[in-house]
Design a protein around this ligand. Structure first.
Ligand code: MG
Length: 375
């Protein structure tokens, strides 16, 4: 089985509730997503999605990942998409960086693999330990009253895990977190996500003000060194997100920084193949984790679900369902249930029925540069 053609498309994934803001004034009403389509000589098509979050959330950004896809796509022509180890090795030999671009291609290959053997990707990634996944909901930066009201709306919708976006003024931030904790009550989990926006000074002030609350801090400072210094001065559990890119980062986070949890994003770590490794390693290290991604639609959500379904339920804090917070959707796949949970696709591959008619104008198309693809 050979890859005969790779195409890259784009669309705007809009936030359901208007503007989505995180620390440092990083705010947008939509993000440009990149959707990869891989065709094979057996007539089976795979799809993958990555959606960078602006240009200053991670080193990754839309134009950079698009350029990387233009380099990576031709290198995969003629390769067997089921041989994920070889696919990953070829991509890593092409580019040192650009994990999201690699992730989109990796996901599309897993989608094909699942369709070939008629199994959901979740089962190929180590098995499915649950049929439904707990969801967490993100509360973008806003005033205390607005965030608390948003939290109550989501509580009524069934959510029990809340990620409060903070990371600017530590006094205002801690007041907003307290308002959310008061609003949702003691039976919920509250993650305080600064997205690296606090200086160490601000993080220390916030941590002191939050010391009596049952909350967890997520990526309080940009660097691992500052997060480690903060961890030495607070008893609040620490989750790392943006800092953990490689397997070595994960081990460092656990044993040097003292993090007890991570936010695992398949696009950040290079795809489903590497996300599986990180998931299993985090579990072996006894860490809790959320499975998430930078942004996207139903396809990104299915990729998240494929990783989350194999997680040990007692260590999985929650997953994201972009299918309910962004528009448009690319196809049915993951459904949100009552009680703040979502389904795990059971159809073969990633389980999303992509509306291919939506994607006609490719930004990258190997058919334009490969004259005679191998059959
Ligand atoms: Mg985060």
């Amino acid at each position: 089985m050979r890859i005969t053609r790779v195409q890259v498309f784009t669309y705007d994934a809009a936030y359901r509730d208007g503007v989505y803001g995180i620390s440092g004034g990083r705010a947008a009403s939509s993000q440009r997503s990149l959707v990869v389509r891989i065709d094979t000589d057996r007539g089976i098509t795979g799809w993958g999605e990555i959606c960078p979050h602006g240009r200053t959330y991670l080193p990754s950004f839309f134009e950079g990942e698009l350029a990387a896809l233009g380099v990576l796509a031709p290198a995969l022509i003629g390769q067997d998409p089921r041989n994920l180890g070889a696919v990953g090795r070829i991509m890593d030999h092409q580019l040192l960086a650009n994990n999201p671009a690699k992730a989109a291609l990796d996901s599309a290959c897993w989608d094909i693999f699942g369709k070939v053997v008629d199994l959901p990707v979740s089962e190929l990634l180590g098995g499915r330990l649950t049929d439904t996944l707990p969801l967490f909901t993100s509360l973008p930066v806003a005033g205390a009253e607005t965030q608390a009201r948003h939290a109550v709306d989501e509580l009524r919708a069934g959510f029990r895990v809340f990620q409060v976006k903070v990371g600017d003024d530590p006094v205002e931030d801690s007041d907003r977190v307290r308002a959310v904790v008061d609003a949702v009550g003691p039976n919920c989990t509250v993650l305080v996500d600064a997205n690296g926006g606090w200086t160490l000074t601000s993080a220390l002030i916030a941590a002191n003000r939050l010391a009596d609350l049952p909350v967890r801090l997520e990526q309080p400072c940009r660097s691992m060194a500052d997060c480690a210094e903060l961890r030495a001065h607070t008893n609040l559990p620490l989750i790392l997100d943006e800092s953990v890119v490689t397997f070595a980062d994960l081990v460092h986070a656990r044993h040097v920084v003292g993090a007890t949890g991570i936010n695992l994003k398949p696009s950040r770590v290079g795809g489903l193949t590497k996300a599986r490794l990180m998931r299993d390693a985090a579990q072996a290290l006894g860490m809790t984790f959320t499975v998430d991604d930078t942004w996207g639609s139903s396809l990104a959500t299915a990729q998240i679900a494929a990783v989350g379904a194999g997680a040990q339920p007692e260590l999985l804090t929650g997953v994201t369902n972009f299918a309910t917070v962004t528009t448009p959707q690319l196809g049915a796949g993951v459904d949100q249930l009552q009680g703040g949970r979502s389904t795990v696709p059971t159809a073969s591959g990633l389980g999303v029925d992509i509306d291919a008619e939506r994607f006609t104008d490719a930004l990258v198309d190997t058919a334009a540069c490969i004259q005679s693809p191998r059959g």
